[in-house]
Design a binder for this molecule. Structure first.
Ligand code: ADP
Length: 194
């Protein structure tokens, strides 16, 4: 099963992707984690992305589509994967549909974590405090507001894209973590029965 976890920065996509990885054995494909690893390793790609990410802007579609395509060719992704933080633009979503079609498969479900922006700023402050300072260059209130506006402008239009494909299910991302996980399981059960 190929799933997309969808929602603004701080919605809990990474947390839920890890739960799905543990429960369903689906590998988590987080473009944010992959890009941060490239930045930390100081690769050519990391150098190209570092400043863009620190500002909270999107790196190019070409870069993220390239790294996802490489991962999809690995054996652990043959039966499925959970996409976290990808796709973020219509062009990325179209490229993903193409990559999966070429491999004889498709997206089964898109789970939208519904949250409110002000609560996201609060969650981010908790994340910063818990990490004892700047764990991530882009985790500060100003950059978070910019990331939220980039989300509204470039990423939110994907909801209509996936609604048109009848793949979208919404869950309440403000609920406690185990409850969000349970709601996601229910949504996936509905998908696998249809
Ligand atoms: P968030 O917590 O904001 O959801 P991520 O960890 O998913 O953050 O991404 C961090 C940063 O990495 C983004 O602000 C962006 O610069 C870059 N990035 C991650 N995924 C993508 C993508 N699919 N397209 C473009 N840029 C991306």
């Amino acid at each position: 099963m190929y799933l997309i976890l969808f929602g603004p920065p701080g919605a809990g996509k990474g947390t839920q992707a890890l739960i799905l990885q543990r429960e369903l054995g689906l590998p988590q494909l987080s473009t944010g984690d992959m890009l941060r690893a490239a930045v930390a390793a100081g690769t050519e790609l990391g150098k190209r992305c570092k400043a863009i990410m620190a500002r909270g802007d999107l790196v190019s579609d070409e870069i993220v589509v390239g790294i996802i395509s490489e991962h999809l060719d690995q054996p652990d992704c043959v039966k499925g994967a959970v996409f976290d933080g990808f796709p973020r633009t219509i062009a990325q979503a179209e490229a993903l549909d193409g990559m999966l079609a070429k491999r004889g498969t498709q997206i089964d479900a898109v789970i939208e974590l519904k949250v409110d922006d002000e609560a996201m700023v609060g969650r981010m402050e908790t994340r910063i405090n818990e990490s004892g300072g700047a764990a991530r260059a882009d985790d500060n209130p100003e950059t978070l507001r910019h990331r939220l506006s980039v989300y509204r402008k470039s990423t939110e239009p994907l909801l209509a894209f996936y609604r048109a494909q009848a793949k979208l299910s919404a869950v309440d991302g403000m609920a406690p973590i185990p409850q969000v996980a349970a709601e996601i399981r229910h949504a996936l059960n509905r998908v696998s029965r249809t």
